[in-house]
Design a protein around this ligand. Structure first.
Ligand code: FAD
Length: 470
């Protein structure tokens, strides 16, 4: 039974057709949450998330605009939904209303191979896009572990980063242009450009917008030629600090390996067993250099030399190939263990400049170690810093303790970020998980800018309300 006024439901049906609107409980349940562990733990404990009152499946941008305009006029919230693989609760329709499921907007619209652009609709799955790119000898280079299950619109709306972002950039770097529908139905076209300089870059406004500024209805992404050659390198450092020093040096020297993962000692012990490399002590580095054959080989040789200068001993590069064969599996371990009573699992990605990276690692381990298993790897490197990706696992003594343990985990990790001046997120977005910490991240002035932008673009407060702590 929908709580929406019959007149609004009629308007939605007129916009997208009868088959494009559902108030069926099964359809509403399917889009009631994403993969935020807190929500999954609550559901495991018997709590039901309220979900939306209706789901609509637009198949054109005009239909998206009509749905947004109708919700705006009726003052009913709407939440865009890609594939629901977000891990921060951003897609949870906390105030009910309408979920705009974008899966029918999944076309590849146009290739400009001379320039290196592809224009797509937002509901396109990442793996379908990548397959089509490969048929044309191209890649976006964007490969999150959730590639097969998440959408281009979701990538842009959460500021996703793929496994090879050190070379190809994160989604922020790949978006050449985009089109969006504002919360009142106004259409905006921010055409693709290789570069532009007239005023603020409005494309950036929609990066990380998590549905709060409306719906992204089209994206033009940059393409790269498929690499001619990939050269892998595996090495073990005496400690995490030595590995960090080597990674910093190679990035500041201008090297841009595609794969660049440095595991801390606890994570190395696990990875070494999984990948069949070494005895599991020290800090394991897995790296690939790719592109034109001669350039990839020269870059890999330079990378190996820098690692050796920091005391690393080289390992069989077959370990890197072993990593690629299971590159998307590890993220799905959560689905196996989270259903167990009392289980608490999550991942949190933080970012810090090199001068504070070791302190961040130490602070998170100090605050969480002893309560939960803490694993960490460095990935997504930049000349001035990197992402530290933490994985946490543990079991509360009883099911009732699982949510408090998960809350404690986030409080402590966010406190570690505040203590060391790190960014509270690298690529999973903000959503509900980081809403309480946005003021610490942006400062009072930054929150005020966000509040005013939200009020200007969404005066009725209907676009994915209740997020970012606003
Ligand atoms: C196993 C696993 C591995 C993962 N690995 C990675 C990884 O390697 N890198 C990474 O960055 N992330 C990763 N993620 C997180 C997740 O896949 C990304 O955040 C992804 O970008 C979400 O896409 P989605 O289509 O599922 O979006 P959803 O979860 O459906 O939505 C996410 C947010 O974007 C908004 N949104 C969606 N589409 C639109 C649109 N068209 N217009 C406006 N707003 C929109 C939603 O309202 C919501 O706020 C992983 C998740 C899982 C479960």
């Amino acid at each position: 039974m929908s709580l929406l006024a019959p007149a609004l439901l009629d308007e939605l049906r007129a916009a997208v057709g009868d088959a494009g609107v559902s108030t069926d409980p099964a359809d509403r349940d399917a889009v009631a949450h994403d993969l935020w562990p807190r929500a999954l733990i609550r559901e495991r404990g018997g709590e039901r998330l309220p979900g939306p009152d209706a789901v609509v499946w637009p198949s054109t941008r005009g239909q998206v605009a009509a749905v947004c305009a109708a919700c705006h006029r009726a003052e009913i919230p709407f939440t865009p939904f890609g594939a629901g693989t977000g891990v921060c609760g951003a897609a949870i329709p906390v105030r009910g209303g309408v979920v705009l499921d974008l899966k029918r907007l999944d076309r590849i619209l146009d290739w400009d191979l001379e320039t290196g652009w592809v224009r797509v609709e937002p509901g396109l799955l990442g793996s379908r896009l990548e397959d089509a790119c490969r048929e044309r000898g191209r890649t976006t280079g964007h490969h999150p572990s959730s590639l097969a299950l998440s959408t281009v619109g979701g990538f842009v709306a959460t500021r996703s980063a793929g496994q090879l972002s050190t070379r190809y950039g994160r989604i922020d770097d790949l978006v050449a242009g985009l089109e969006a529908v504002l919360p009142d139905g106004t259409e905006v076209s921010l055409r693709p450009e290789p570069a532009a300089g007239a005023g603020p870059d409005l494309r950036r406004l929609f990066l990380g917008s998590e549905g709060g500024f409306g719906v992204i209805v089209e994206v033009t992404l940059r393409l790269h030629p498929l690499p001619e050659r990939r050269v892998d390198h595996a090495a073990v450092f005496g400690g995490f600090a030595e590995g960090i020093a080597a990674v910093r040096e190679l990035l500041q020297a201008g090297l841009r390996p595609s794969l660049l993962r440095l595991y801390d000692l606890a994570d190395t012990a696990l990875q070494a067993a999984e990948l069949g490399v070494g005895e599991g002590s020290g800090a394991l580095l897995l790296a690939s250099c790719e592109g034109r054959a001669a350039v990839a080989e020269a870059e890999a040789a330079e990378l190996a030399a820098i690692c050796a200068a920091h005391g690393a001993s080289a390992r069989d590069p077959a370990a890197v190939e072993a990593w690629y064969t299971r590159r998307d599996d590890i993220g799905f371990a959560q689905a196996r263990y989270l259903p167990l009573a009392g289980a608490v699992l999550d991942t949190v990605e933080l970012a810090a400049p090199w001068s504070r990276l070791a302190a961040l690692h130490e602070a998170v381990r100090r605050r969480i170690g002893g309560r939960l298993i803490v694993l960490c790897h460095l990935s997504h490197g930049y000349p001035d810093g990197a992402c530290l990706y933490f994985s946490f696992a543990g079991v509360a003594e009883e099911e009732a303790g699982a949510v408090p343990l998960h809350e404690l985990l986030w409080e402590e990790v966010m406190a570690a970020a505040a203590e060391t001046g790190a960014s509270i997120a690298h690529h999973h977005g903000a959503g509900l998980a980081r809403a309480p910490y946005m003021a610490a991240e942006l400062g009072a002035g930054g929150v005020e800018v966000l509040r005013r932008l939200k009020a200007a673009l969404d005066p009725g407060g209907v676009a994915n309300p209740g997020k970012w702590g606003l």
